[in-house]
Design a protein around this ligand. Sequence first.
Ligand SMILES: C[S@@+](CC[C@H](N)C(=O)[O-])C[C@H]1O[C@@H](n2cnc3c(N)ncnc32)[C@H](O)[C@@H]1O
Length: 246
Amino acid sequence: MMVSRKIRRAFVHECGENGTRCCENAFSYLECMPPHEFDAIITDPPYQIGIAGQKWDSKPLPIDWLAYHFHRVLKPNGNVFVFCSDFQFVHWYTELSKYFTNLRKYAWCRSNPMGWIKGRFIESFELGLHACGPDAYFDKSRPYRNHKVTGTCAGRERIKPDADEEKGKGKGQRSLHPTQKPLELIEELVTALTDMGHLILDPFSGTGTLAEAATKLGRRYAVVEFQYRYHRAASRRLKNHDLKST
Ligand SMILES: C[S@@+](CC[C@H](N)C(=O)[O-])C[C@H]1O[C@@H](n2cnc3c(N)ncnc32)[C@H](O)[C@@H]1O
């Protein structure tokens, strides 16, 4: 699939102690990256299901283009992990298997699923896919299952809109991002798929969960998010670790 060339290059680029946060379109970012730059890509791209009425989750995702560039920017012994919707799974599997020999499904199981519709199973897990080559890094110090059970993001972990965005929108309880992933889940993936000091890319980073997990675990990160309000939330989240902003 062709990706539009009209996309503007970075308009905000911040350097934290452990990585960079770009407010930019993921496609133009990936296109400009040199080959073999990252040790891992751990990402949660749009599911194309229009979650909570979000436009960014409704557009077609060029999975073939992304699989090609993920492989291109990854080191030869690197790992790719993508979360995806049910109908995207086969597409991701097909495209990533053109470049990687080892593919394994993964499930994030929610211990507190919402939305009971009488007469149907309650939707309580989301799919992910891990892809790598035969020599890829994997933490062998303990066994990892290909599923993880956690609660959805709640309480203090759930990022709220900042004070400016709150104005006129009720009493500050609203969460900022509809699909913020739990830190515990992303931390497990970071631990299993990367070593200390490794550089991890998340080109669809939302509130910066991957950046926080990487920082906590002594890895480096590059995160990209095209919506300024989410990018800014990630910066707020990471501010204690930052040395400088440019
Ligand atoms: C599923 S959410 C990621 C949520 C993230 N895992 C978290 O914990 O906050 C996907 C994100 O990708 C962003 N996005 C969608 N299309 C993009 C694009 N072309 N370039 C950069 N970011 C994009 C959306 O704004 C959204 O925040």
